[in-house]
Design a protein around this ligand. Structure first.
Ligand SMILES: *Cc1c(COP(=O)(O)O)cnc(C)c1O
Length: 373
């Protein structure tokens, strides 16, 4: 740990070569004719788009997905003009000019968004690139069957250069869910009424539903960042994120002594309690007490419970089971990482790893690992 990191309370390591390796793993999982894009919305799932996007670009990725126009504008500063940036939410009314100026391809989800983009194409006097989204059963984004019929009747796609037709799966993380096959066949059926263009349906979990779901382009996000795309099975991806919380002080308390706000935790035995410098302002939910566990790197076999209410800037860890092990101030405990897998931590907290990643606060000292050891 260098001098800069010595100040850290929370220490977040992001393994960039592991992201590149995960990109290559997904690429070798799909056929040669299938391109692998990358979802880098929400600041690359909280990991830092400025650092993550160039790594994916170097690994060969040329299709990037962001949610908002602002994210696309920032991403364009970090990757070359040879990469396509697709903006998933589509432009808000009046934002079309910004989308064009940053060379983004908007995903047009509604007849209104199509009309807005066509209007700009007409002003520009040339067809403008874009993506059409179909609602294949998630009722969130995209054109309905009635919309598609109406488009055909009004020639409403004139002036558009349609690069991609896409849809999104609601239940891909449950391979046996009947909605997967239903959405696949609905996507195929509706897609046939739209102009010829590349097609895309699968994100991380959809990739593992088999080649029928791959079409021309897959759009993983979570799996690139080490999340398990096949829940309940061994994770085929490499771990990317390690979160350490560092010890401020520790104490020994008698049985019957309370710990933390609301005195919610009361020791049942003489206990050794460590105060760690991460709290809910850093993305660890307030309710993680009595649920989450951490490990000391020298004793990964001993799960140490987070106890009581997590505070804004700190939390309490019951380290009794480490005995009288020397724990000097600054000692690191792993909260997320190879010993505490992201998906396990999240499911214990009744959420998903996506939410944990995107909630990681701004206060951690971030260390970007640049090359594999
Ligand atoms: C977020 C998102 C993705 C990536 O999803 P993951 O599950 O993280 O792989 C792909 N497509 C769309 C439309 C998305 O919103």
């Amino acid at each position: 740990m260098n001098n800069f990191q010595s100040r850290a309370g929370g220490w977040l390591q992001i393994d960039l070569p592991a992201i590149a390796e995960n990109y290559r793993r997904l690429r070798s999982h799909v056929g040669r004719n299938v391109s692998v894009g990358a979802a880098v919305k929400a600041d690359a799932y909280g990991l830092g788009i400025a650092q993550v996007a160039p790594v994916l670009h170097n690994a060969g990725c040329r299709h990037f997905f962001v949610a908002t126009v602002d994210e696309g504008v920032v991403l364009r500063e970090h990757i070359g003009p040879d990469a396509k940036i697709f903006q998933l939410n589509g432009p808000m009314p009046g934002a079309e000019n910004v989308v064009l100026a940053a060379d983004l391809h908007p995903v047009l989800n509604s007849r209104e968004q199509i009309a807005g983009w066509r209007h700009l194409a007409k002003q520009q006097g040339r067809p403008l690139p874009c993506v059409l989204q179909i609602d294949s059963g998630m009722s969130r984004f995209g054109l309905s069957e009635a919309d598609i019929r109406a488009l055909g009747a009004d020639d409403a796609l004139e002036g558009l250069q349609i690069e991609l037709v896409m849809s999104h799966l609601a239940c891909a993380d449950e391979p046996s869910h009947p909605q997967n096959a239903a959405q696949l066949s609905r996507f195929r059926a509706l897609r046939a009424h739209l102009p010829e263009a590349s097609s895309s349906l699968a994100a991380s979990s959809g990739i593992f539903l088999g080649p029928d779901f791959h079409f021309d382009l897959v759009r993983p996000g979570y799996a690139l960042y080490g999340g398990n795309p096949v829940l309940g099975h061994p994770n085929p991806m490499r771990n990317v994120v390690t979160l350490h919380a560092r010890l401020i002080q520790d104490r020994v308390i008698e049985a019957g002594t309370a710990v933390g706000y609301s005195a919610r935790f009361v020791a049942q035995r003489p206990s050794r309690i460590a105060t760690l410098a991460i709290g809910y302002a850093d993305g660890l939910p307030r309710a993680a007490g009595d649920i989450a566990t951490a490990i000391h790197p020298a004793r990964p076999d001993v799960k140490l419970p987070v106890i009581g209410r997590v505070s804004m800037d700190c939390m309490a860890l019951d380290v009794t089971d480490l005995g009288d092990m020397d724990l000097p101030p600054g000692t690191c405990f792993e909260l997320i990482g190879t010993h505490r897998p992201l998906d396990d931590v999240a499911s214990g907290l009744d959420t998903i790893g996506y939410e944990l990643l995107t909630s990681l606060g701004r206060r951690h000292h971030r260390e970007y690992i640049e090359s594999s050891l």
